[in-house]
Design a binder for this molecule. Structure first.
Ligand code: BEZ
Length: 210
């Protein structure tokens, strides 16, 4: 069964570099990012984990907990983390799941056998405080992810959870937004009394609500 947007994120208990974690309990009321990398002691993964560690304050600011995973065991992660701290300038400051039995990888379909039978692909799942899947991404092993994009999506998800708006292409926090397609003009007058610009009846733009 694949994990799709709007599904409840599968719950699990797993060993991590920060002890045993029961995923839903660990998430609590926070947002979450669960991401997999193919293998320990590999170059692209080393840079990814270093980058996520460096920008962790940005996830904290947004009330987002971050957790990594690979099919290597926790003791391997712990040894590798010494290299990450040495080469990337920041110790890994979030838990890493050791998924040697592939329990979590299978739950989230992180192994794509036509890419590799043994390694996880680069999956990202953003999970809301309601434990629902809000985004899923799959990258190949050879391409490191853009974690600034993950933060950008979180900004959009958190804004659109609060206001009946959507965010346009390449939107960044603070830029103009679009009134949701399901919102009538009459409803919009109540929701956005400051007004908006009608470019087309279906394309109504307004400054980002606070
Ligand atoms: C890497 O992180 O560099 C990598 C991992 C697995 C396969 C290919 C590249």
């Amino acid at each position: 069964m694949s994990v799709r947007l709007g599904d409840t994120a599968p719950d699990f208990t797993a060993d991590t570099t920060q002890g045993t974690i029961a995923f839903h309990d660990w998430l609590g009321d926070s947002w979450g990012v669960l991401f997999s990398h193919p293998k320990d002691f590999t170059p692209v993964c080393t840079t990814e984990l270093g980058y996520v560690a460096r920008i962790k304050p940005e996830f904290d600011k947004r009330n987002v907990k971050v957790i990594g995973l690979s099919v290597d065991p926790v003791d391997s992660h712990e040894k590798w983390e010494q290299d990450i701290a040495e080469t990337q300038g920041t110790p890994v400051n979030f838990p890493m799941i050791g998924d040697a039995d592939k329990k979590v990888s299978d739950l989230y379909e992180m192994i794509h056998p036509n890419a590799s039978d043994t390694m996880t692909v680069r999956s990202v799942f953003i999970i809301g405080p309601d434990k629902k899947i809000k985004l899923s991404l799959t990258y190949p092993a050879s391409t490191g992810r853009n974690f600034d994009e993950i933060l950008r999506v979180i900004d959009s998800l958190q804004l659109t959870a609060k206001f009946k708006v959507a965010t346009p292409a390449n939107w960044k926090d603070g830029q103009d937004v679009i009134i949701g397609a399901a919102v009538t003009d009459d409803e919009a007058k109540t929701l956005f009394p400051q007004g908006w610009k009608t470019v087309k009846p279906y394309l109504r733009v307004l400054p980002q609500p606070k």
